[in-house]
Design a protein around this ligand. Sequence first.
Ligand code: NA7
Length: 336
Amino acid sequence: MLRRAQEAFVTPDDHSKTTIGPGVKIGAGANVSRTRNIGPGSNVGLLGLGLMGRPMGLNLLKAGYSLTVWNRTASRAESLVAAGAKLAHSPQEVAGASDVLITIVSDPPALEGVLWGGSGSSQVSGALSTLRPGSIYIDSSTVSPALARKIAAACTERQIAFLDAPVTGGTWGAEKGELVFMVGGDAQVLKDAEPVFSVMGKRWFHLGPNGAGQTIKLAMNLILALQVDALAEALALVTAAGLQGEKLVEVLQSSMARAAVLDVKAPLLLKGEYPPSFPLRLMHKDMGLALDLAKEAGVTLPAAAAAFSTYSAVKAAAKEDLDYAAVMKFWRRGAS
Ligand code: NA7
């Protein structure tokens, strides 16, 4: 239904005219009945300049896009402003100046505040109030598929093309422009937005209608959370039985159980050091969203529910921002 509604104002002719790239703009006076009437001087807006947003913005600037940014904590925009971005005073100001708007904020309440105002945000209205018909809006935050569909409905009403496009690849991938995007929405809109995706990422998957990107992202993070939790449990078992954890990891590296995430996280677990790369608070949020989705979908996830309790206990006791590898602290209470 939603997909049909979006397609209702995208004609094949519009598609053939749509070119997003550096220096291309949806001009003032664009025919609002067309979804993507792109003209010279294109602008990208970016809301959310956290660990992920800042390097994504830098890559857009390097590629020649004209970038306008906003962040709740304005000082985090400094490196981007120094690199040529314009700093706006509100999400509305950014959206009003954007042909393509990108958001990447922490969680559903943060995103709702940025888009609509209220909900703990000091804004009285949000970015959606000023985003122009015909523009493209890409959300790369990890939120619920239900929120992605709610945003899609609001965008359809305003003739804005919306893609949910959460990412994987971490800050390293964001810096290198090698993120992987999991995209829900209209396939043609994704095609139109590819030049922007290609600056920030190395791959993008079209996974279905709006909400599909978030669904796959939540399922994938669930796997990562369970893998690291499983390694922590196995290390707890081995060390409690009087062996060195290093022995387990050594064998793991030559076994079927080897996984890229364990390559990265095992050294942290062995050292008991958890500097935040993917913060525990965000992984905990994603596990909660995955369990909410499971409830909606009527599926039981016993391993995920058990791991969520373990992560919750560690998060509740944490006094600082830690990586999710800190789940190991469940078995090393009081240790570093
Ligand atoms: P970070 O580094 O924790 O950054 C979070 C961003 O979200 C940062 O810009 C925050 O602004 C912003 N934020 C948080 N709460 C709000 C509210 N209430 N209103 C407006 N802006 C807010 O996270 P990452 O960059 O690593 O990850 C971002 C998303 O990608 C997240 O969904 C991950 O799961 C995946 P601040 O600087 O704190 O003022």
